[in-house]
Design a protein around this ligand. Sequence first.
Ligand SMILES: Nc1ncnc2c1ncn2[C@@H]1O[C@H](COP(=O)(O)OP(=O)(O)OP(=O)(O)O)[C@@H](O)[C@H]1O
Ligand SMILES: [Mg+2]
Length: 254
Amino acid sequence: MNVLKKTDPVDAFQVERLTVDYDADSGGPLQDFSLNLRQGEITCLLGPSGCGKTTLLKTLGGFVVGRDTGGVLFEGRYLNGPTPDIVMIFQENNLFPWLTVRGNVEFGLKFKRGVGTQKREKVDDMLRIVGLAEAADRYPHQLSGGMRQRTAIARALVSDPHVLLLDEPFSALDISLRRRMHTLMHDLWEKTGMTMVMVTHNIEEALQVGHRVIVLGDRPAKVLIDADTSADAMKDRYSPESLALQQRIESVIY
Ligand SMILES: Nc1ncnc2c1ncn2[C@@H]1O[C@H](COP(=O)(O)OP(=O)(O)OP(=O)(O)O)[C@@H](O)[C@H]1O
Ligand SMILES: [Mg+2]
């Protein structure tokens, strides 16, 4: 019998005593690191350069596997490699330059079984959602940075993954495009209720997008701040609550 009430948050990831040392001599970025991430939440990760944010994200994607004294549980099972249920978007260079926008998005369905005749429809839907229907036949070099990242998001989401991991996805965009991307992420989240984890260096972005903001300190990485940012007051960047958290974060990072 399922004893969980429907409204209870469930963990998507349980990171348990994770140790990643790329180089045995210097001590890795993650040592005995533990953290739980709830299903259906957007978590933003902040922290100084080199503290291990990308490393943590890669372990959540199954791209990096830690020492076997600990590990990552995804939906209750140990993750020992990449799975189509978890997709990752990087800062840039997410697209194949020789494929059009449509071709890139279609590629997201390559490993998805049972799509068949719905393929075209699914891709068209996704292109509409990210506002790229008109640009479907263009190649990546004919797109702006924002359009490229929207294509990457469309490709990631077309296969209905459970989790979207984003590593500084909007850092190359100007402020107004960046804000449009935040709205898009929020709309996508409302449609899918997907678990998302986003690394960013931008405090304002973290508070805008995240339901939860985690600030990591280095080395080895540890959680310095773990804040619930889901309240409306946190979405107004000039509210006293938001300003207080922004200051607290700045004081531990810089
Ligand atoms: N493949 C690798 N091989 C060896 N060392 C690595 C590798 N990837 C990362 N590191 C080291 O691990 C540490 C953490 O790197 P990571 O990329 O996770 O940091 P980060 O928090 O994402 O930094 P940034 O904010 O600059 O992106 C750094 O000292 C880095 O040099
Ligand atoms: Mg990084």
